[in-house]
Structure formats: structure tokens, C-alpha cells
Design a protein around this ligand. Structure first.
Ligand code: COA
Ligand code: ZN
Length: 312
């Protein structure tokens, strides 16, 4: 078994992470976090979304967040867009990439996008037309790809249909979103293999939530299957407001630690990331799920004399 030497991490904390926060985080703070993450080596961000501000008020400053980030070669700023209006707004913004999404089950698509899958698929055709000849990169995302909180197991045929639509319409990549943490290594393997058989050259990205504690196990299975792109969230912030029980994404610094220890390069400085994650706890005003920012890397040793002894 050969594992990849290098993987890309897409930081989604500012979108997937913050969208569930009811308290509005000031635009300047979002931009400061983005800059700190760029300095730490992060190169790809899902920085915001162009969705209805009534559905997700936290994202109402999308255009300003993107405009506030200093341009740096190699940094890709993505924005999520659910419909034509979102893509039109993305085209007017400083985004480098637009992420168009739908859900793999009817009930989740209705909750998330207020339309049946078939209609979303038609919307995507219209969107592809709109994006034709535009410099924006385009990524497709399939939500609840490994299980739906309303319908349970997802029909692989539906996943293939959506995936193939993105392929046929010339999208550059497809993300499989585990919106409520229902993925398992077996499902990851099956789904990736089935989609590879459909379109071997399409770039697949994996987006896990750690809802049931096996997010990083799923990453390891993804690595074994040769996937080189993972989406994660600083400090493990996150969750979808339209999916009951949704909790945080896999945590970026925990993921970087895992990759470092496996000898897989992500280009990101773990210590710098930990410091930003600790700052983020101050921003949202509570403890966040990330483990590394509490325990430190394994060789952060403690002074034996300062530790409490069991017997005196
Ligand atoms: N950006 C900003 N405003 C938008 C918009 C967009 N992309 N799409 C629609 N709107 C506005 C419309 O202008 C309209 O505003 P108005 O009432 O002031 O005229 C209103 O939203 C309703 O528009 P409509 O087209 O009927 O949309 P809808 O009510 O069916 O909602 C979505 C559909 C997709 C816009 C909405 O459900 C949404 O934004 N969902 C976001 C889901 C999400 O972010 N999920 C994250 C992944 S977990
Ligand atoms: Zn998510």
C-alpha cells in the first residue's frame, strides 16, 4: 500500500465552522484569521458562502471577507454558492473558486436548498453555462454523501448521477461531504472506488465531520484509497444548521498532526495552527473540540518535578 507524500488541506472553518455560530463574528476578525492561516501555510480556503442571509446570517459579509484578504500567489479563496444568485454574487467577488452544492437525498436537499434534487441538477446546468469562459474554478459538493440524518443510507446510484453531472459539466473537482458524520471507512472505500470507476481523472475531495469520533479514521481510509484533498476546520468548529445533530468538522490541527506523524506533507506549520486555534476559542467564547491545542504534539514533554505524584 502506498500513501500519498503530500496532501492538500482545504480550511473550511470560516464557512462550515462559523455558519452555525449565532453571534456574528466581525468581518475584520474573519480576515485576521484568514491572514494568520495563510502565514501558517494554509493555501486553500472555503472562506465564506453566497447564500441567503436569512438562511445563514453569519455569511452576510461574504463579499467583504473576500475583498479583505490580501492577494498572495498560490492562495485559493473558495466560496460556497447554492444557486444561480449565489454564483452571480461570487462572480462579482474576489473569489477564485466557487463551490456549487446539493444533497444526495431528497429530504436533505429540501431542508438545505428548498428544492428537489432534479431541480438542483437543472440549476447546476444553468450555473455551468453561466460560468463558461469565466476564470473562476468550479467545484461540486455532494452533501450527506455517506448517510443522511433523515433517510439513513444513501443510494450510491444517486451519488453517481450527481457526480457524473459535475463531471459532464466540466467541474474541476467534487467534494464528498459527510455532513453529519455518518461516514465509516468501509463506506469511504466503497464510494471512492465506485466514483473512480465512473471518472478516474476527476479530483475527489473528502469532507468529514467528527460527529461520531471517527473522522480521522475516515481520512486514513481516504489516504489508503489515494485521495489527496481533505476539508477540515480550525479547532474542529462547525456543523450544518440544516441537519439535526450536526457537529464540528474534523479538526485541521489534529489532521495536520496525524499527517506529520505519517510523514505526509501538508505544507502547514502545526505550532502556528495551534496558536490560531487557541485564539479562535476566544473569538467564539467557548472551548472547541480540537485535541492538539489542548494536549500539544506527543513530544511536548512535561517537567517531571512539576507533576503531581500519586504517593508523597
Ligand atoms: N444569496 C443571497 N440571497 C439569496 C440567494 C443567494 N444565493 N438566493 C436566494 N436569495 C434570496 C432571494 O433574493 C430572496 O430574497 P427576498 O425574499 O428578499 O426577495 C430569498 O432569498 C428567497 O429566494 P428563493 O430563490 O425563493 O430561495 P429559497 O427561499 O428557496 O431559499 C436558498 C433557497 C438556497 C437560497 C436558501 O435555502 C439558502 O441560502 N440555503 C443555504 C443553505 C446552506 O448554506 N447550507 C450550508 C451547507 S450545510
Ligand atoms: Zn460540512
Amino acid at each position: 500500500m502506498t500513501l500519498p507524500d503530500r496532501v492538500e488541506i482545504v480550511e473550511v472553518g470560516l464557512r462550515d465552522g462559523l455558519q452555525i455560530e449565532s453571534e456574528f463574528v466581525p468581518t475584520d476578525t474573519k480576515v485576521d484569521i484568514l491572514h494568520a492561516l495563510i502565514d501558517a501555510g494554509v493555501r486553500h480556503f472555503e472562506a465564506t458562502s453566497f447564500v441567503s442571509p436569512r438562511a445563514v446570517p453569519q455569511m452576510r459579509d461574504a463579499i467583504d471577507v473576500l475583498a479583505g484578504v490580501r492577494k498572495q500567489p498560490g492562495v485559493v479563496l473558495s466560496a460556497l454558492a447554492p444557486n444561480r444568485k449565489g454564483v452571480e454574487r461570487a462572480l462579482e467577488s474576489e473569489a477564485d473558486e466557487v463551490v456549487v452544492f446539493l444533497s444526495a437525498t431528497e429530504s436533505h436537499n429540501l431542508k438545505n436548498l428548498n428544492r428537489p434534487i432534479e431541480q438542483s441538477l437543472r440549476d447546476i446546468e444553468e450555473i455551468a453555462e453561466l460560468l463558461k469562459d469565466k476564470p473562476l474554478k468550479r467545484k461540486g459538493a455532494i452533501a450527506v454523501a455517506f448517510g443522511c440524518p433523515f433517510e439513513g443510507d444513501v443510494d450510491l446510484g444517486t451519488i453517481k448521477t450527481i457526480f457524473n453531472r459535475f463531471v459532464d459539466l466540466g467541474f474541476n473537482a467534487v467534494t464528498l461531504g459527510d455532513t453529519t458524520g455518518m461516514a465509516t471507512p468501509k463506506l469511504v472505500r466503497q464510494t471512492v472506488e465506485a466514483l473512480r470507476a465512473e471518472a478516474p481523472d476527476m479530483k475527489i475531495s473528502l469532507h468529514f465531520h467528527n460527529t461520531r469520533g471517527i473522522g480521522l479514521v475516515n481520512v486514513v481510509e481516504g489516504l489508503r484509497a489515494g485521495i489527496t484533498s481533505y476539508e477540515s476546520s480550525l479547532a474542529g468548529l462547525g456543523g450544518c444548521p440544516f441537519a439535526p445533530g450536526a457537529t464540528g468538522n474534523i479538526c485541521t490541527e489534529d489532521l495536520v498532526y496525524l499527517l506529520d506523524e505519517m510523514g505526509i506533507d501538508s505544507g502547514i506549520d502545526l505550532q502556528a495552527l495551534i496558536r490560531i486555534a487557541q485564539r479562535l476559542e476566544g473569538v467564539v467564547g467557548r472551548r472547541l473540540p480540537g485535541q492538539l491545542m489542548k494536549a500539544g504534539p506527543r513530544l511536548n514533554l512535561h517537567d517531571v518535578h512539576a507533576a503531581t505524584a500519586a504517593v508523597g
